[in-house]
Write a protein that binds this ligand. Structure first.
Ligand code: GUN
Ligand code: ZN
Length: 437
């Protein structure tokens, strides 16, 4: 048993329906075997458990681990390719690097870099775009299991457009996806996702193979891209001969509550209505949308249609693994949308980066906030000595202001400890700084 003593912020209730930030300024969390058993004031918990080991985290803020609902593992070294729209960026920046993962030794190196980058950013759960190469997907699942990261991932498939060395035949795709799913789905914290890259690069036969696998593997997920860039949307409509981008997936039975669609910057009213009805989720990827000039996300229209929205870093079009940065950029985008923008508080940003992602991945019963009954997936934010956050945070005017300052200024170097299921997993360079008192 361990008693954590900390200033604790989380969002167990949805700020988009009026809830606020939950803040315990002098809080305690009692954790046994990775599960949160009690939460309350530290003084009361200490009085009830006078002999338990105490971990003193008072010199910082304890937050739930982040949930990244859209991130590409093979693109960790492609971050920073600025100045191009989507299709040019794919051709010039992302796909040459993705092709290198045909070499399994290289893929293992990238897998390690990727999982450590996520952990160091405070991300404890992710829906991950895997690789086009099955052995590279194995490397990812192995690296995630090695460090403890909760991932849902799988083979990325394409059979047209883009580079032909990333193509796969639909029959072979089914076999490779099936083998990976049989090996990893439900093993430890891993789950399998069917991942057609996007409608532009997938034939009807390939989407049918994805749909069949999704049906055959109980509890599997579907993730892909949608409505990201105007040129891409026109190309999809022409090539797929479908009335809408969403329909190109929907007619293959790939849209349901276990579907997460990335971007959706330019949806039609009909698509939003259908997304709301199906219970599928949208991964909002604001730094990617800005870097590729894709557009300003219409959060108001998603909320009006009852579409579930969470945050994704979309590394490597996104500019890094930190959901602090994504949260801040999500805020900026809504500010720039003028009267159509949804004003986002710091509590909204934390919710989008944690509980909303957990809900989108149907993990809300286990993770997403720090309530009793949940797993202890958490990060301790202790501002880097000498950094601007360390100077600013002590002067915050209450919890909401402190959280806003954190979203404005925090980077992975301010993440001092990360736990998954109660086990300290980060930061990966050197031991975490949280010591027993
Ligand atoms: N659409 C298809 N592939 C990709 C990708 O790798 N990144 C982004 N942002 N959009 C895509
Ligand atoms: Zn993406």
């Amino acid at each position: 048993m361990t008693l954590y003593h900390a200033r604790i912020f989380d969002t167990p209730d949805d700020p988009f329906t009026g809830a606020g930030l939950r803040a315990d300024d002098d809080g305690g969390l009692l954790v046994i075997d990775g599960a949160i058993i009690e939460r309350g004031s530290y003084a009361q918990l200490r009085a009830r458990h006078p002999t338990e080991t105490v971990v003193d985290l008072t010199d910082g803020v304890l937050l739930p681990g982040f949930v990244d609902t859209h991130v590409h593992y093979p693109q960790i070294r492609a971050i920073g390719g600025l100045g191009l729209p989507l299709l040019d960026w794919l051709e010039q920046c992302a796909l040459p690097e993705e092709a290198r993962l045909a070499d399994v030794a290289y893929a293992r190196t990238i897998a390690r870099e990727f999982v450590t980058a996520l952990i160091d950013a405070g991300t404890t759960t992710a829906l991950v775009f895997g690789s086009h190469f099955a052995r590279a997907v194995d490397a990812l699942f192995e690296a995630a299991a090695g460090i403890g990261l909760r991932i849902t991932s799988g083979l990325v498939v394409s059979d047209r457009m883009l580079r032909s060395d990333l193509h796969i035949h639909a029959v072979i795709a089914y076999d490779e996806m099936r083998t990976l799913a049989d090996r990893w789905h439900g093993v430890g914290r891993a789950r399998y996702a069917v991942i057609p890259r996007f409608a532009l690069s997938c034939s009807n036969d390939l989407l049918d193979a994805c749909s069949t696998l999704h049906r055959d593997i109980d509890g599997s997920w579907v993730t892909t891209h949608i409505n990201e860039n105007p040129a891409e949307i026109i190309a999809v409509r022409e090539l797929c001969q479908s009335p809408s981008y969403l329909d190109s997936y929907d007619r293959h039975k790939l849209v349901d509550p276990r579907t997460v669609l990335a971007h959706n910057v330019h949806p039609t009213y009909g698509e939003l209505t259908r997304l709301g009805a199906t219970g599928a989720s949208v991964a909002h990827c604001p730094t990617s949308n800005a870097a590729l000039g894709s557009g300003l996300f219409p959060l108001d229209r998603h909320l009006a249609a009852g579409v579930r929205v969470a945050l994704g870093s979309d590394v490597g079009a996104g500019t890094g693994p930190s959901l602090f940065k994504e949260g801040l950029q999500a805020y900026f985008v809504q500010q720039l949308r003028g009267s159509d923008g949804v004003p986002l508080s710091a509590a909204h940003l934390l919710y989008l980066a944690t509980a909303a992602g957990a809900a989108a991945l149907e993990l809300g019963a286990q993770i997403g906030d720090l309530s009793p009954g949940k797993r202890f997936d958490a990060m301790w934010l202790r501002p880097d000595d000498g950094g601007t956050l360390s100077r600013v945070l002590p002067h915050a005017n209450g919890a909401d202001d402190a959280l806003a300052k954190i979203f404005a200024l925090a980077t992975p170097s301010d993440v001092a400890s990360v736990w998954i299921d109660g086990v300290a997993v980060g930061p990966t360079q050197g031991a975490g700084q949280a010591g027993a008192a």
